[in-house]
Each structure stands twice: as structure tokens, then as C-alpha cells.
Design a protein around this ligand. Structure first.
Ligand code: AMP
Length: 208
């Protein structure tokens, strides 16, 4: 499966991607995770990206397109890929099409996980992430339910930054819904339900 996950930050893309990875072993390419790893490691990319991320703004297209293009060259992606958090702008979508054209690996679907913004604000401000395994949980998790690691709140999950991320999503990323609809690749599911119910729908929508 070659798929793109679309949806606002906090819609549950990462959670659904993790379930697909667990069941099918498809490589998960999350630009947010790649950038957070670069920030943690203090690489030049991480230093460049941090201020954008902390403000909830998008990292410049040329930086992120380069990162994803390189990642797609790695051999594991021949088995397919789940792109999560990319593309987020029209320029990124066009660059992705060009790259996948070169690799002769067209997209099978763009899956939209659809959730209302008010639900998302509540979800994101109470979201916690495991420092060790990246598991996505909530403020109710004292430690990671998967590996007992320390749960922390992402710097960009405070309400001010969340509101900016949603504005950025509406302006720059939501237009991609029409873009993929126009390519006849869009499938949409209601993400405001229990995780496993959403996952069953994800598989149905993707014909898995
Ligand atoms: P995420 O974990 O997907 O919510 O991404 C966290 C942050 O990383 C975003 O708010 C952006 O600052 C940055 N980021 C992730 N993916 C992209 C992308 N495709 N284009 C630009 N910035 C991105």
C-alpha cells in the first residue's frame, strides 16, 4: 500500500498509522516524528526546524521535500509506505507526485481522517507522548501503557500553538483534500469515534 494520511493535527493519523504498521509492517514515514528526532539529536535540520515547530508553523517546503525524497529512496519503501503529516502544502503534493512518478510507485489512496476542530483542541491539549517509544496517549497515562516510559506533553500541544496549527492546516493543508479528490484518490472516514472502530473503517476504506 502506498498511502498518504490527511487530516488536521490531532485527528488520529499517527494512531491509525501505528495500527497499520503493527498489522501490516508497512514503513511509516511521519515528517513530524523525523523532525522531532532531528531536534532531539541537535542536528542542523533540527536546529532549523525547532522554531517553526514550537510556533506551530510549517517548516519550509524545500527542507521537508528534501527529507521525504531521501527517505523514499530507502529500499524498505519498495514494500509500500504510509506518509503521515506529508504533504501539507500544494508544493509538497506536487513534489511528491513527481518523485513517485520517477520511482514508478503511484499512490493508491489519500485517506482523510476527519474530526471537528473543537474535538481536536480538547484532544491535543490533553495528549501525551512516550519519550521512549513514541506511543500516543493522554494525560490519564501516568506512564506509557506500552513500555512504561515517561509520558510528556509536546511543546506544540499547548492551546495557543494548537490554534495556530489548526489555522495553518485550514489555510495550507485542507486544500489538498480537493487536490486528491480531483486525482480520484480521496477516501474519507469519520475519525471522531473509538480508535478501533475508526481502524476497522480505515481498513475497509483501503480495501485491506
Ligand atoms: P506533526 O507531528 O505532524 O503534527 O508535525 C509537528 C510539526 O512539524 C508541525 O507543526 C510542523 O512545524 C512540522 N512539520 C511536520 N510535517 C511537516 C510538513 N510536511 N511540512 C512542514 N512542516 C512540517
Amino acid at each position: 500500500m502506498n498511502i498518504v494520511l490527511l487530516g488536521a493535527p490531532g485527528a488520529g493519523k499517527g494512531t491509525q498509522a501505528a495500527k497499520l504498521v503493527e498489522e501490516f509492517g508497512t514503513p511509516h514515514i511521519s515528517t513530524g516524528d523525523m523532525l522531532r528526532a532531528a531536534v532531539k539529536a541537535g542536528t542542523p535540520l533540527g536546529k532549523k526546524a525547532k522554531s517553526y515547530m514550537d510556533a506551530g508553523d510549517l517548516v519550509p517546503d524545500e527542507v521537508i521535500i528534501g527529507l521525504v525524497t531521501e527517505r523514499l529512496q530507502e529500499p524498505d519503501t519498495a514494500r509500500g509506505f504510509i506518509l503521515d503529516g506529508f504533504p501539507r502544502t500544494s508544493a509538497q503534493a506536487v513534489a511528491l507526485d513527481a518523485e513517485l512518478g520517477k520511482l514508478e510507485r503511484p499512490l493508491d489512496a489519500a485517506l482523510l481522517v476527519d474530526v471537528d476542530f473543537e474535538v481536536i483542541i480538547g484532544r491535543l491539549t490533553s495528549r501525551r507522548m512516550c519519550r521512549d517509544c513514541g506511543h500516543i496517549g493522554s494525560a490519564a497515562d501516568a506512564v506509557c501503557p506500552k513500555c512504561s516510559g515517561e509520558m510528556y506533553q509536546r511543546d506544540d500541544d499547548n492551546e495557543t500553538t494548537v490554534r495556530n496549527r489548526l489555522d495553518v492546516y485550514e489555510k495550507s493543508t485542507a486544500p489538498l483534500i480537493d487536490y486528491y479528490r480531483g486525482c480520484d484518490l480521496l477516501v474519507s472516514i469519520d475519525g471522531d469515534r473509538d480508535v478501533d472502530v475508526v481502524y476497522a473503517d480505515v481498513k475497509k476504506a483501503l480495501g485491506l
